[in-house]
Design a binder for this molecule. Structure first.
Ligand code: SF4
Length: 184
């Protein structure tokens, strides 16, 4: 294992979460810079009101899953291509466990909805660039960012975690995946 995984969780009221962190216009303009913008049905721009998937809940359980690389691994991943390969592999491995857990949490709490990560359900690629409908609309879950939440601010304020990005393409110390379960 070339990384360690830890978790941090906290619950807040949904009213407070929506009021403090949902800002779809600002987040959509930031998402516009992402290569996935408009390329996945899980990502903006959406043809529905994003409030429709995050209104009507009582509680938000916010969770950070932190992937931590040690210095030795980081030193061997200074090159952009290598760093990307190692980061993608680690994220895929962690998401392979995390996503089924999120779906199970949702199943155990009737009426709840999980917010996960950019949809990766189809290994052959998303149908959106082909102009075709989503293959699994019932299973598609959005990330918090994709429906207008400022995840950086929420992670900092609620979990005390500063999200970290590499400025030079090398491997960062941490990759943090922010997910949530919204509960009625
Ligand atoms: S389930 Fe497949 S088709 Fe639907 S958003 Fe995800 S990757 Fe795209």
């Amino acid at each position: 294992m070339i990384y360690k995984v830890s978790r941090k969780k906290a619950s807040v009221t949904a009213t407070e979460f929506v009021k403090s962190y949902r800002d779809p216009e600002r987040m959509a303009s930031m998402c516009g810079e992402c290569p996935s913008f408009g390329k996945s049905w899980g990502c903006p721009p959406h043809d529905f009101n994003v409030a429709s998937v995050s209104d009507g809940y009582a509680t938000v359980e916010l969770m950070a899953t932190i992937i931590e690389f040690d210095e030795q691994v980081r030193a061997s991943c200074r090159a952009r291509a290598k760093a990307r390969e190692v980061a993608e592999r680690a994220m895929n491995e962690v998401l392979g466990t995390l996503l089924p857990e999120m779906y199970e949490m949702e199943r155990l709490v009737p009426g709840s909805r999980c917010f996960t990560f950019r949809c990766r359900m189809c290994p052959e690629g998303c149908t959106r660039p082909l102009g075709q409908p989503c293959r699994f609309p019932e299973q598609l879950r959005y990330s918090l960012e994709a429906v207008g939440f400022d995840v950086t601010a929420a992670a900092q304020d609620i979990l005390g975690i500063g999200l970290e990005w590499s400025k030079d393409g090398s491997l960062p110390r941490h990759i943090t995946l922010i997910t949530a379960l919204m509960i009625p």
